[in-house]
Design a protein around this ligand. Structure first.
Ligand code: ZN
Length: 249
């Protein structure tokens, strides 16, 4: 199988502006993920960030992307609507999309879900335990029954999303809440995966299980086809019909 072409998009503001985050991710979350998944499969990895021209994305780049990974938090509203339109089109035509953590409130995730994608949250440095519900699913390959992150931000239900096609993990938090942490959907010809962990002040994107899930999901969500289904063509009959259309548009 050809290498999966992964483009990792990161807002890349926290790591520049906040020392506590810079300490954890000196080169940015996008670089930590790129390094972390590089050894876990056949990947051709590129990165893109908000402040680059056109946010580092273009028709050409997305046409050459099998799966786009998205991390954003404090600047969702600075992502141009034209970029959101372009990413949505590529997903509907077959590109995969992996949305991480606070990307739940990104324009592209809300667009593709059609809901508010809201949730409860709390920053209390508490433990998260993620339970593997679907060990036979390719995204869960090599993942134990559960694993723990000693410190994470809490996300709690209700997560305002459409019911996932597959729910792969549920998180439990020390403070008592639970959360649907790993969810898949199909939109058009594209596969979408949401994965919860990854608050910027914690070393979550160095965790072996988190990285394996992102690597597995990159393979699972990779582009299978490229089909533009945006048109609704008038169709000629294959067999004779009683009242054939005289003029086809
Ligand atoms: Zn967070």
């Amino acid at each position: 199988m050809a290498a999966t072409k992964v483009t990792i998009w990161n807002e890349f503001i926290h790591e520049v502006e906040h020392d506590a985050v810079k300490k954890v991710y000196p080169d940015g979350i996008h670089q930590a993920i790129a390094k972390g998944i590089a050894g876990l499969g056949e990947f051709e990895i590129k990165t893109a960030t908000l402040r680059e021209k056109n946010h580092g994305l273009s028709e050409e780049i997305l046409s050459n992307t099998d799966v786009l990974i998205w991390w954003g938090h404090m600047a969702h509203d600075q992502v141009a609507d034209a970029t959101v339109d372009m990413v949505q089109k590529h997903v509907l035509n077959g590109m995969g999309l992996i949305v991480l953590h606070s990307g739940h409130f990104s324009k592209i995730f809300k667009r593709l879900m059609g809901t508010h994608a809201s949730l409860k949250w709390r920053e209390a440095d508490e433990k998260e335990r993620l339970w593997n519900l679907e060990p036979a699913h390719p995204i869960m390959a090599g993942i134990p029954d559960y694993f723990e992150l000693e410190q994470e931000e809490m996300y709690g239900e209700r997560f305002d999303i459409p019911t996932p096609d597959k729910l792969l993990m549920v998180s439990w938090f020390q403070g008592g809440e639970v959360f649907r942490s790993a969810c898949t959907w199909q939109r058009g010809h594209g596969r979408v995966f949401y994965f919860r962990p990854g608050h910027e002040t914690f070393p979550t994107y160095y965790n072996e299980h988190v990285l394996r899930i992102i690597a597995n999901a990159s393979r699972w969500a990779r582009r299978r086809v490229t089909i533009d289904s945006s048109k609704a063509p008038n169709s000629r009959e294959l067999e004779p019909v009683p009242n054939p259309t005289k003029e086809h548009l």
